[in-house]
Design a protein around this ligand. Structure first.
Ligand SMILES: *Cc1c(COP(=O)(O)O)cnc(C)c1O
Length: 395
């Protein structure tokens, strides 16, 4: 099957583009010895976990279900394939763990990162007894981004990570020796789609505030938000940041990008259902911003669309919207060389990340199919969804 024959709407991940990103990440690992993990919350298309596992060291989960997915679809198949030798890691971070989940988390995860000293106190001894690596997420209170306040874990009032003040308060209250006996590493995640200069500034602050504790530890995790595979990202600067922590403190360094793994590696193929005119040309597609690309509305951003330009740049400008009842279910305004008509197929780009993992069936919208485009150009339709996927999550 070729892309032009796929049922729409359909997410298509391009294996060659994914592998191109993985090779960039592998280059960073090879030149520095850092370990890079997939943040599954951005991209959980487990059909390609064996490909991802060929390059990366494992994955990180935001909760039990993603941790199970990594255990079943990445760690197990990779271990079966390799039989000894390499080890794939399963990491987890959650702002607060549930008692009910913790036993299973202990079984599948190697690294468990806590969000407060209270959580270390509550679960740390069990994690230690199970031989797990234990981390604490810190909040360096160093905002490096403007514009996207909801993506800034360093904003005032943040619930994510332990500030220097709370870090030291905990050490006083619970005894530093006991807490450090439970702790293997520190984790921070403060970036979003950023370059290595923001990481460098963050590391300055991490050192200033937490530097005196670093040599007591085994590893540091730089979190995600590193746009490593974006054109123009300063990889040598990233590598200097990694080496600095390795050489100065003897730490192993982890990175857990989500976006960078599948950046620009996927598409959302859609069909024009109808065109209308109301002061401007409008096209209704069989895909919805609200249901199938919620970040377009949440972030918000304007996804690239193949063969189109900014409104007014080409001869025919359309507002592209979805088939839901939401007035704001609008993907954006785009211009084209020729008028759009019913049945035309449009291809939105950069639709692998934060798309399939966030979609929903609001309005009873069908979920897009999921396909994989192979290196020879052929597409494999990996999964199709139907009425039961809508009904099964309601009662
Ligand atoms: C979101 C997140 C990531 C991945 O972030 P990207 O922006 O997709 O690279 C990694 N680690 C943690 C803790 C996160 O919350």
């Amino acid at each position: 099957m070729f892309l032009s024959e796929l049922p729409t709407p359909c997410y298509v991940v391009d294996e060659a583009l994914l592998e191109k990103n993985l090779k960039v990440l592998q280059g960073v690992m090879e030149s520095t010895g850092a370990r890079i993990l997939l943040a599954q919350k951005a991209f959980s298309m487990y059909r390609v976990y064996p490909l991802i596992g060929t390059y990366l060291c494992g994955a990180v989960a935001s909760g039990l279900y993603e941790a199970r997915l990594c255990a079943e679809e990445l760690v197990r198949p990779m271990m079966e394939r390799e039989r000894g030798g390499r080890h794939w890691e399963n990491h987890i971070f959650s702002p607060a763990y549930r008692d009910n989940d913790f036993e299973e988390i202990l079984q599948v995860c190697d690294h468990i990162v806590f969000n407060s000293w209270r959580q270390v106190e509550k679960f740390g001894e069990r994690a230690r007894a199970a031989g797990r690596n234990i981390g604490l997420r810190i909040n360096p209170e160093c905002s490096t981004q403007e514009g996207h306040a909801i993506y800034d874990p360093c904003a005032p009032g943040s619930r994510l990570g332990v500030t220097k003040e709370n870090f030291e308060k905990g050490l006083k209250e619970h005894g530093g020796e006991w807490l450090f006996s439970l702790l293997d590493g520190l984790h921070f995640h403060t970036l979003c789609e950023q370059d290595a200069d923001a990481l460098e500034r963050t590391l300055d602050v991490v050192e200033e505030k937490f530097g005196m504790y670093l040599s007591k530890l085994k590893w540091i995790n730089f979190g995600g938000g590193h746009h490593i595979t974006r054109e123009g990202y300063d990889i040598p600067k990233l590598e200097r940041c990694i080496r600095r922590m390795q050489q100065k403190y003897g730490l192993s360094v982890y990175l857990e990008p989500g976006e960078a793994v599948a950046l620009n590696a996927g598409f959302l193929v859609t069909t024009v259902l109808e065109t209308l005119h109301n002061g401007m040309e409008i096209a209704i597609l069989d895909t919805s911003a609200a249901c199938h690309m919620p970040d377009v509305l949440e972030m918000p951003y304007r996804p690239p669309l193949q063969g189109s330009a900014q409104p007014g740049e080409k001869l025919y400008t359309y507002r592209l919207g979805g088939p839901t009842c939401l007035a704001g279910d609008v993907i954006g305004d785009y211009s084209f060389d020729t008028p759009l008509k019913e049945g035309d197929r449009l291809i939105f780009e950069d639709m692998a990340i934060y798309s399939m993992v966030k979609n929903n069936t609001f309005n009873g919208m069908p979920l897009p199919s999921i396909a994989l485009q192979k290196k020879n150009g052929a597409c494999e339709l990996v999964k199709q969804f139907g009425y039961s996927d809508f009904k099964e999550r309601l009662a």
